[in-house]
Design a protein around this ligand. Structure first.
Ligand code: EPZ
Length: 420
C-alpha cells in the first residue's frame, strides 16, 4: 500500500494532458465480448480498474495484447469460460458490465453480485430486471447472478432509476437481441454515448444514445472494430478545480469541454476566467480566492456526483457560505470528516453539506476512502499550509493515471512512498 506526501506549494501553473475516461473504457472493454473477432481500443488509461478488467477478460479466455502506447487488442474468439468470480468482482464492481455481453453473445454467465461499496449499497436490480425482460433466465444463488438465455428478444425497458452501468449493460445485450429494444429513462452520460459509438462501429443499430430514450434494432452478429476512448471529463474537472482552489492558471489538453459544461459554468460562477478550444480548456483564477457556489448532483446533463467531493474542497476555501446536495448516492460524504480535520468548516445534515469558507486549510494525516474522495483530499492538501499524508492511495490509482506525476508537472510538491 502507498501513501502520498503533499506540501501546500502555492498556485498550480502549466499544462496537463487528460487520459481516456475510466467510465468509458470499462464498458467498452466489456463490449469487445460481443464481437466475433478482435477489436483494437486506443487512448486506454493506465489504471488499476483497466488492469482488473483485462485480467477478467483473460480469465474468460480472451486473447489480449497491449501495445506500449496503451492500445489494447481484445480477441474474444477463444472464450471458454463465462464466470466473473467474487474475488475479482469485489475489487471492481464494474465487472458487472460483462453480464450483458456474455448473456447476449454466449447465452450464459455467472457473475458475482458486486455487493455494496463505500459510497452506497449500489444494488444491481435494474440490470437483472432488464435482462429478464429481454428473455434471460436469471437466478441469484450463493451470491452469484446465474444467467441462461437462448437468443434474447427485444423489449421495452422502462428504468425506474437512471443508472449508468445499468443502461450500458442493457444496451450491450439489446444489440444482439431479436427485434427492437427501447430503453426509457436511459442514462445520458458521455460515456454511454462513447460506448454506443463503439457498438455502432461493430455493426449495432442504435439511435438516441445521449438522450433519455435509446432505440436498438438487434442484429445477428457484431464484428470487432477500432475505437479511441473519449477523454475523462472527471479527470478534467478535477484538475480544473485544483487550479481554481490554488488560485492558479492551468490549461487542460486532450479533453472534450462540452462534456463538462455544467462544471465549467460552476467554475465561472466561482470567479474563474475560462477560455476553451475544441480539445482544451484554460482556467485562470488571476490569483483571486474562489467564491462559494451551491451544488446539487444529479444524472447527466446536470452536475456530476463524481465532481461533488472536489467542489467540497473548492467551497471549503472559498469566500462565503455554500450548500452541496448529493442526490445520487446515499453515503458519498466520507471526505467531509477528513476535510474537517484539515480545518474545513462544514456541517452534514442528511444529503446536504453546509460549508463556511475558510481562507486556509492546515495539512494533516488523512485517509482515502473512495476514488473521488481521495482526489479531493489531494486537492485539499495542495491548498493547505504544511504537509499532508494521504493514506490508502490505491483508491486513487483505480481512477487517475499517474496522478502525482501530473500534479508535479503543475508545480505541486507531491511524493509517493510505500506505506508499510
Ligand atoms: C457509474 O456507476 C459510475 N461508474 C460511477 O463512477 C458514477 O458515480 C455513477 O455511474 C453515477 O454517475 C462507472 O461508470 C463504472 P448508477 P453506477 O447505476 O452505474 C441506483 C467513479 O467514481 N441503482 O448510475 O454503478 C444506485 O444505487 C464511479 O468513477 C439502483 O437502484 O451508478 C444509485 O443510487 C463511482 N439499481 C443510482 O442508481 C440498479 O440496478 C445511480 O447509480 C442500479 C443503480
Amino acid at each position: 500500500m502507498d501513501k502520498l506526501l503533499i506540501t501546500g506549494n502555492g498556485p498550480l501553473q502549466g499544462d496537463v494532458r487528460i487520459s481516456g475516461a475510466k467510465n468509458a473504457v470499462l464498458p467498452i472493454l466489456a463490449a469487445t465480448l460481443l464481437a466475433n473477432n478482435a477489436s483494437t481500443i486506443s487512448n486506454v488509461p493506465h489504471l488499476n480498474d483497466v488492469t482488473t478488467t483485462m485480467a477478467l477478460l483473460g480469465r474468460l479466455g480472451c486473447q489480449l495484447t497491449m501495445t506500449d502506447n496503451m492500445q489494447v487488442e481484445v480477441d474474444p474468439s477463444s472464450i471458454n469460460d463465462y464466470t466473473a468470480a467474487y474475488e475479482l468482482v469485489r475489487t471492481m464492481r464494474a465487472s458487472i458490465l460483462v453480464l450483458g455481453p456474455l448473456v447476449a453473445r454466449y447465452g450464459q454467465a455467472q457473475v458475482s453480485l458486486p455487493g455494496g461499496c463505500a459510497i452506497g449499497a449500489r444494488p444491481v436490480n435494474l440490470h437483472i430486471d432488464g435482462l429478464r425482460a429481454l428473455g434471460a433466465d436469471i437466478r441469484i444463488e450463493d451470491g452469484y447472478i446465474r444467467a441462461r438465455a437462448g437468443r434474447l428478444k427485444g423489449a421495452r425497458l422502462a428504468l425506474d432509476t437512471v443508472t449508468v452501468t445499468g443502461t450500458e449493460n442493457l444496451l450491450m445485450a439489446a444489440t444482439l437481441a431479436r427485434g427492437e429494444t427501447v430503453i426509457e429513462n436511459a442514462a445520458r452520460e458521455p460515456e454511454v454515448v462513447d460506448l454506443a459509438r463503439y457498438l455502432t462501429r461493430m455493426g449495432a443499430q442504435i439511435s438516441g444514445a445521449g438522450t433519455g430514450t435509446i432505440h436498438v434494432q438487434g442484429v445477428d452478429e457484431l464484428q470487432g472494430a477500432p475505437h479511441r476512448v473519449v477523454p475523462d471529463r472527471i479527470e478534467t474537472g478535477t484538475f480544473l478545480v485544483a487550479a481554481a482552489a490554488t488560485r492558479g492558471k492551468v490549461r487542460v489538453l486532450d479533453t472534450v469541454p462540452e462534456n463538462l459544461t455544467v462544471v465549467l459554468d460552476k467554475l465561472r460562477e466561482s470567479g474563474a476566467s475560462l477560455t476553451q478550444g475544441e480539445d482544451w480548456v484554460e482556467l485562470d483564477m488571476n490569483g483571486e480566492r474562489p467564491r462559494a457556489v451551491n451544488i446539487t448532483t444529479a444524472p447527466f446533463p446536470d452536475f456530476p456526483t463524481d465532481m461533488q467531493a472536489q467542489f467540497c474542497v473548492l467551497n471549503a476555501v472559498a469566500e462565503g457560505k455554500s450548500r452541496i446536495v448529493e442526490t445520487v448516492f446515499e453515503n458519498r460524504f466520507m471526505h467531509i470528516s477528513e476535510l474537517m480535520r484539515m480545518g474545513a468548516a462544514m456541517d452534514i445534515d442528511g444529503n446536504t453539506v453546509t460549508v463556511n469558507g475558510v481562507s486556509r486549510l492546515k495539512g494533516a494525516p488523512v485517509m482515502a476512502t473512495d476514488l473521488r474522495a481521495s482526489a479531493s483530499l489531494i486537492v485539499a492538501a495542495l491548498v493547505a499550509d504544511g504537509e499532508t499524508t494521504v493514506r490508502r492511495v490505491y483508491h486513487i490509482d483505480r481512477g487517475y493515471e499517474r496522478i502525482e506525476e501530473k500534479f508535479r508537472q503543475l508545480g505541486a510538491q507531491i511524493e509517493r512512498e510505500p506505506d508499510n
